[in-house]
Write a protein that binds this ligand. Structure first.
Ligand SMILES: [Fe+2]
Ligand SMILES: [Fe+2]
Length: 452
């Protein structure tokens, strides 16, 4: 295709399309002349500024297209580096012992890869993160881990602007680049004064956002990710109502990641231990979100009471730390102990309670028990024996046979009797309720002794 070129753009091999005349009279070069150094010199001498040429075969383009091509090569090189970084990160942080089976899914993986590429296509972010990786690889991989887990968590909760939250997760610790290396890389517990210096990474992170003209939306996430609901966090000691939803989510994921990743000076906590620690500190973290997080990973600590996908209720008896999402379960009706099947034909979609929470949150738990007790009685009176048994299993959890007899069987006979006397029950309802209690009594008597 013919193009108009100025003299500096001409290259050896260009072919003139037209005869070139000086003042329309003197033929300088004829159409078809192949451009060489002499031809360019002649055109320059006679003051010709531009000519119409066809570029030689095999020519890859003008300087402009060459520049575009170079940009394209540079971009694909960057894209390659970013994707390589993504897969390097996956190898470093992702395994079933920490992620459950939430990432055993090609669709989720592709989604995360695209999200990572989209965020890292901003040079201000990618340059800083490549630097963080060089300076302190632990901080980088931890940030990447928080990005993966945080994005999956936000997605499961239906957070509206996931890209913003995911970006916040990825850059939440960039302020660590300003922390002296001897503190950042110290292998061991930080002294009080060193810890005070380390705490500044939240403030330095905000400065980095401002310096790089990034959206102020990231400032709160970076600044407040170490704040806690009870006011024990830093840098401002904010409390419950002062913490946004996003900060609550990030603080759970950040702590879980930090506890479960290996450090040179300590072994990582197992996923179940980390979850136990978080549950024990539920006055610091948002319990409702924490439970959602546990259900996302499908990792439940020992002694959790869980709802199974087959509708049954069970207690987590033992957790295999390499595959924590396949614990050994004990059905609460005492009908069996089994390991969650490899093909996950039965799963644990719901966390009901954990012993420690029962102790710490007696008030809520009493409320929960009242609900179960109410459901138990209503289902007995309506003749819904299976539903009544489900509530009974939760109520009976952890109780001895003697306790069940006194606190459930006798108590329910008494309450049914009182309702009958008060005229609140029909003959049929009383009859159904007593038959149901009889069935539950036989279940109790069949319970293995070790449950006592
Ligand atoms: Fe941090
Ligand atoms: Fe962190």
């Amino acid at each position: 295709m013919a193009v108009i070129k100025s003299l500096p753009e001409l290259i050896k091999g260009d072919i003139l399309c037209d005869d070139i005349y000086f003042k329309d009279k003197l033929l300088l070069l004829s159409a078809g002349t192949v451009i060489n150094r002499e031809a360019v010199k002649k055109l320059a001498t006679w003051g010709i500024r531009q000519v119409n040429v066809i570029e030689p075969l095999g020519y890859n383009g003008s300087k402009e297209t060459k520049r575009k091509k170079k940009d394209k090569i540079l971009y694909s090189r960057q894209l390659f580096d970013i994707k390589q970084l993504f897969y390097e990160g996956l190898q470093y942080v992702v395994n079933e012992s920490r992620y459950g089976y939430v990432l055993n899914n090609d669709y989720q993986l592709r989604w995360l890869e695209n999200l990572f590429v989209a965020i890292m296509s901003d040079d201000r972010i990618s340059i800083t993160l490549f630097r963080l990786k060089r300076v302190d690889s632990y901080s980088y991989f931890h940030s990447f881990d928080v990005f993966l887990l945080g994005s999956l968590f936000a997605k499961s909760l239906g957070v509206e602007d996931i890209k913003t939250f995911a970006t916040g997760c990825l850059i939440h610790d960039v302020g660590k680049l300003k922390i002296p290396k001897e503190i950042l890389r110290k292998e061991g517990k930080l002294t009080k004064s060193e810890f005070e210096v380390m705490q500044n990474h939240t403030i330095y992170g905000v400065e980095w956002v401002r310096k790089n003209n990034l959206s102020p939306i990231f400032e709160q996430l970076i600044k407040s990710h170490h704040e806690r609901l009870d006011g024990s966090g830093y840098p401002e000691g904010l409390v419950d109502h002062e913490l946004s939803t996003e900060v609550r989510l990030l603080s759970i994921v950040d702590t879980y990641s930090a506890l479960t990743l290996k450090r040179p000076y300590r072994d990582p906590f197992t996923a179940t231990k980390a979850i136990e620690l978080l549950l024990n500190k539920k006055h610091k973290y948002d319990l409702a979100f924490l439970i959602c997080y546990i259900e996302l990973l499908n990792i439940y600590p020992t002694d959790s009471i869980v709802k199974l996908s087959n509708g049954k209720t069970a207690r987590v008896k033992e957790v295999n730390e390499t595959q924590p999402y396949r614990p050994i379960l004990e059905e609460l009706d005492g009908s069996g102990i089994f390991e969650l099947p490899v093909n996950l034909s039965v799963t644990i979609p719901k966390f009901i309670k954990w012993d420690s929470i029962y102790e710490w949150d007696q008030k809520n738990d009493n409320h929960l028990r009242e609900n179960f007790w109410g459901n138990y009685l209503v289902n007995l009176m309506n003749g819904n024996i299976n539903e009544a048994i489900e509530s009974y299993k939760v109520l009976a959890n952890g109780m001895s046979n003697e306790g069940i007899f006194i606190d459930i069987i006798v108590k329910s006979i008494k309450e049914i009797g009182e309702k009958w006397e008060a005229g609140q029950l029909s003959v049929g309802e009383e009859h159904d309720a007593l038959l149901g209690i009889q069935e539950i009594l036989s279940l109790t008597l069949e319970r293995p002794r070790k449950m006592d």
